[in-house]
Design a protein around this ligand. Structure first.
Ligand code: 13P
Length: 393
């Protein structure tokens, strides 16, 4: 038989795509509206584990709560310690992480914490595993599972995140240790002539394969494509790049059959490069970021939790707050935080590796968690910064 001519081929393609989207829609509509099987037809996981994934994802972005990233790799953690003159040993990293997870009242504002491989195996001084301490505080434990961003072959100045080899077995082990969600971070750099399409596509593909493996293992994937703040580029350039990256990521997630209802997106806010002379107001950043997300992130995603990316703590809170305040009724997903530096940095600077500073450091951590929880609700006020709550520590 002769191959169909172009119009026929186009019609066949359109019908196939239409059927696929139609089937997904009917399945989803059925599940939501009539309680019919739905999500398990979209992805390969069973109906029961799909419901568990959805419940965990919703709990991670619950009203008034957000995530605390404490998953710095040993080299990153050591670098931050070194700057403050803190000894860089397994024991100092352990006692710093103990300080964090034993902060009184942390569970009021924090839904989940992201751990690192070394940390998930560590315990409080009295021998209680951190995972148990965290769970007893009403917080969900999660784990970073990528093995870092490496130079990308053929793509000077760009990175590709590694960690897919052996991931199925590692996820099974982490799940057995009590982790309920995972994180994978891809890094996208803006500079002259980059990011390249090759870098965006390779990172999006890896994120989607990671996310599918997580759901298979019953873990909610946090999908983190981070467009870095480094550079002199204007806000518009970050908008363009972030939109392209997110669209590519969601296309790959669809191709790899990831159930959007059972994942969390962790993007950057749309910001001008940190060396750009025009920085833009809090409201401008909020408006541009939410428009970018509205255009690129499907409504089926339950929550978006921002990384802080090196923004000053108070500014990160103010920007998140402005988004929730100005767009509350127009956003289909929960919008919250998954900060590391913008929650931890003040506490780390107070602690400095000294036991006698631990209580004050916990107070500072509790304070930032409280401010960001308020921002999650659109109730953050700069005056809150003068009122460090003394309940913690
Ligand atoms: P920052 O909030 O410090 O950017 O860290 C978030 C994170 O998890 C990076 O992967």
């Amino acid at each position: 038989m002769n191959p169909p001519n172009e119009p026929t081929r186009t019609a066949v393609r359109a019908a196939t795509v239409g059927w696929k989207y139609g089937a997904v829609f009917i399945g989803y509509y059925g599940a939501v509206v009539h309680g019919l099987p739905g999500i398990d037809k979209i992805t390969e996981v069973s109906e029961m584990s799909a419901q568990e994934l959805i419940a965990t994802a919703k709990a991670m972005v619950a009203e008034g709560k957000g995530l605390l990233a404490m998953d710095e790799s040993n080299p990153t953690c050591n670098k931050r310690f070194e700057k403050l003159g803190i000894l860089q040993t397994e024991e100092t990293r352990r006692s710093y992480r103990e300080l964090i997870v034993t902060t009184p009242g942390l569970g009021e504002f924090i839904s989940g914490v992201i751990l690192y491989d070394e940390t998930i195996r560590q315990s409080r001084k009295d021998g209680t595993l951190f995972v148990k301490v965290i769970t007893e505080a009403g917080i969900i434990p999660g784990i970073k599972v990528d093995t870092g961003a490496k130079d990308m072959a053929g793509h000077p100045r760009e990175k590709i995140t590694e960690g897919l080899d052996g991931l199925r077995n590692r996820l099974a082990e982490y799940s057995q240790m009590g982790a309920r969600f995972a994180k994978w971070r891809a890094l996208i750099t803006i500079a002259d002539g980059i990011p390249s399409r090759g870098c965006i596509e390779a990172n999006a593909h890896a994120l989607a394969r990671y996310a599918a493996l997580c759901q298979e293992a019953g873990l909610v994937p946090i999908v983190e494509p981070e467009v870095l703040m480094d550079g002199e580029h204007p806000l518009e350039r970050c908008f363009e790049v972030t939109a392209e990256v997110l669209r590519t990521v969601f296309s790959q997630l669809y191709t790899q059959r990831v159930a959007l209802e059972g994942m969390i997106l962790k993007p950057n806010m749309v910001l001008p490069g940190k060396d750009c002379l025009t920085q833009g107001s809090v409201e401008e950043v909020a408006d541009v970021t939410v428009s970018c997300l509205l255009r690129a992130v499907p409504a089926a995603v339950p929550g978006i939790a921002f990384l802080s990316g090196g923004q000053p703590c108070e500014l990160a809170s103010a920007r998140l707050n402005a988004m929730n305040l100005r767009f509350k009724t127009r956003m289909p997903w929960a919008l919250t935080f998954s900060f590391s530096r913008a929650i931890q940095q003040p506490a780390l600077e107070i602690w400095k590796g000294q036991k006698e500073n631990a209580a004050a450091a916990q107070q500072a951590l509790y304070h930032r968690a409280r401010c960001n929880s308020a921002a999650r609700l659109g109730r953050y006020r700069i005056e809150m910064e003068n009122n460090v709550d003394s309940r913690a520590g």
